[in-house]
Design a protein around this ligand. Sequence first.
Ligand SMILES: [Zn+2]
Length: 530
Amino acid sequence: MYDLLIKNGYTIDGTGSAAYRADVGVKDGDIVALGQLEGEAAKIIDAGRLVVSPGFIDLHTHSDLSFLLDPTAQSKVRQGVTFELAGNCGFSFCAPLQGAAHEMLQSRVAQYTDAFQPTWSDFGGYLDAVQRAQSTLNLAVQVGHGTVRAAVMGMDARAASGEDLEGMKALVTEGLDAGAMGFSTGLFYAPGNYARLEEVIELAAVAAARGKLYSTHMRDEGSHSVGLFVALNEAIEIGRRTGIRVQISHVKCSGPAVWGRAEDVLDLFERSRREGIDLAGDQYPYTVASTSLTGALFPRWALEGGREATLRRMAKTAERQRLHADITATFAKWSTPEGVLIARFVPDPQLEGMQVAQIAESLRCDPAEAAMRLYERAEAAVIVHAMQETDVETIASHPLIAVGSDGSSLSASGVLSVGKPHPRSYGTNPRFLARFVRQSRLVRLEEAIRKMTLLPASRLGLTRRGRIAPGFAADLVVFDPNTIADTATFEAPHSYPTGIPHVAVNGVLVIENGTFTGRTPGKVIRGFHD
Ligand SMILES: [Zn+2]
C-alpha cells in the first residue's frame, strides 16, 4: 500500500528528458514506483494530465531566520519549492553568534520583530533550533564568510592575521561539521569586501576538503566595465586553487557599464569548465535587484566598524561630504535615484515602495543626502533597477544556470508579511515557467524543470533529491504548464502564484488542491544522502 499515489500525470523527471505518462507511488517519504500503478493508497491525487515534476530546489535564498519566525514558508511552497539553501552572500545570520555577528543578526531581526532571542551560539545549536521549529520544506544552510569574519574580526577593514585566520577556520569547520552544506562569500559587502583572495582560499579549502559547495556573491557585478570580469576571475581562481565546486550567485550584468556583456560572462564560465573547474551559477528572472540601503549605495570605507562607527563618521562634516560624494557617484555609475526604491523601513513604513528620489524631494534635499538621513534613522532594504532584459534572457537560457530566487521564505499573513519586498520571494519559479517557457519559448519545459531540480541538487552534491526516480525523496509538484504564473508585483508583492494545485515534501502534501495544509514534513538537510 502506498502512502501517496499521484495518477494520470505527465512526469518530467528533472533530467531534462521528455515528459511521459506515469503514475508516481510514494511510501515512507520516498518515490518507490513509477509507471501504470494499481493498488491501494492512503491518499490518491488525480493529476489530471497536469505535469508532475520533482519539487523545486532553490539554491539561493536568505531564509536563515524565516523558519524561526514562521515555519510555514508559504511564499516558497506555493511556488512548488520544496528545498531551500540559505546562508548565501556571505551571511549566515543565525550562526555562528559571537562578537559583531550578533549585531548583524539583530539588524536582520529588527525588520520583523523585537522579540527574538537566540538560545544558541554555534551552528549545531542553530540547526537543532530550525529542526525543532518544524518547517514545511527542506532546508540546508551554508556558513557565511561575512558572518564568520564579523564574529572573529568585527567590522575591521584590514587583512586577516594568522590568528584571525585560525579563528575563522575553526568556525567554518564547526559549521560544516555540524551539517552546513556549503561555504558562501559576499565579497561585495562589508565585511567580506575587506578580505583578500588568500583569506577566501584558505577558508574555502576547509569546505573543499569536505566536498561541499562554494557560493559567491562576487566582489563586483558591474560597477565599471572590467570589475565584473575581474571578480569572476577571482571566483574561478578560488576553484582552481582549492578544487571546490563554485556557484556564482545571482548571475547578472548589473549597471550600464556591463549591459550587453552576458555572452562574455557565460563564455568565461565555459572556458573555466574546459580547464576542469566545476563552476556554474544561478539566477532570478527579474531585471531588478534587492539588497540593503548601505549594500547598494554606501562605500565600504564608510561601513568599517559597524553602524555606530558609520554614524560617528556621518556626524563629522568632512567625512559626511566625502560619503555624500561617493553615494552620488554610485547613483551615477550603476543606477539612478529613480531606480532605487525602499522595500522595508521599520521607522516609517509609509516610505516603503517610494523612490529615494521622491523621498529626497519631500525632504528638500538631494538623493545622496536623503539616503544618509534614512540610514541615520535605520538600515533599510531597497530594490534597485539594475539589469537589462536581454542579458537576463541570455543568462536564463544557458544550461549551467539554475533558477534561484535570492529571496526569503515569507508569508502573506503573519510576522513575515511586512514591507514591500522584492516579488521574487513569491514569484521566481512560476514566473520563469510563464515567461521564459510558455510565452517567449526561450527554454524548453523539461530543461526549465532541470534548472529547478536536478541541476541545483547536483551543485549541492545531493544524491536523493531533484529527480523523479525510485529511491529518490518524494518532493513533488503538480502544476499546469498552461496556467502557471506569478502574481506578485512590486506594488503588491505578498501574493501567491497560480496553477500549482499540489506540492508534496518528503511524501507529505503541504499544498493540496491549491490550499495550504499546515503540515510540516520539512527536514534540515545535513548530508549528501539525506
Ligand atoms: Zn547576493
